[in-house]
Design a protein around this ligand. Sequence first.
Ligand code: PSU
Ligand code: MN
Length: 312
Amino acid sequence: MSKESHLQISSEIRMALDEGRPVVALESSLISHGLPHPQNLEAARTMERTVRENGAMPATIAVIEGKIRVGLTEGELEYMATRENVRKVSRRDLPIAVAQGLDGATTVAATMCVAHLAGIEVMATGGIGGVHRGHPFDVSADLPELARTPIAVVCSGAKSILDLPATLEWLETHGVPIVGYGTDEFPAFYSRSSGLTVDARVDSPEEAARIIHTKWELGLEGGVLVVVPVPEEAELPFDLAERAIEQALKAAEKRGVRGKALTPFLLSQVARLTEGRSLAANLALLKNNAAVAAQIARALASRAPPSEYPKR
Ligand code: PSU
Ligand code: MN
């Protein structure tokens, strides 16, 4: 069987790809593991709608009964948002979920893998994984994926449940450019600033597309991280977010939560400790990132394909 035969691409998305129209991939782990119900379903629907309103085609990616799906129906979106114990699928889990016919929600890493197989160039999410604080060997598979797979990932940085300086060092070592969209600083998810700088600032989708396109034209492997700060009106004060995170980290330590359960655990604790304010910030930035990703996908689609274009 060929790689492609494991993918089920919706006809609408297939047509958009064949015609060279802009498509934005969306992950499903944030639906199944990153947000509680019903905000998760609201976020998933809002992101899809926002991508469309900004002139691109949304492609939410998930594994359903062992089939890698690119584009979910409304019913499937609901299924991913309401079913308990959906497997969190990162790169290493993809062959297992497919071979064993499981349901799985894809992380940024697995979404990038699948998006690339399908011929998509841009994805949107909330935050990427990174190097965990106090666990320097717990490095998210999102980072090596960014180093090897040519996808532009639009996000609001990474949560400071992670070791942000260590995460940025890792990306530098592995040649992943970090582009600030309307910012000079690497955003800390709930807050617009972290005190850490980006590699370049851009102020339009065209400028972002020029850097992404040039990386691929040069034949440099891997992706580009485009970071967009949470909209000002939804931002959490840095100290408030930081206190909640510190407390959540202590709770995780005490209960021995590790590995792939750590991120979902920390996120739910932070939501509880901030009385839902973290959720409001999360929803606002997801919508905003979907819009920016769609605009960048449009700017990329209007450029001639690079001669050294990464192969699908
Ligand atoms: N960070 C968030 N929300 C999320 C995630 C990360 O703010 O939902 C999810 C994403 O799917 C990301 C994954 O790719 O967690 C990283 O998990 P891990 O650290 O286990 O690689
Ligand atoms: Mn991890």
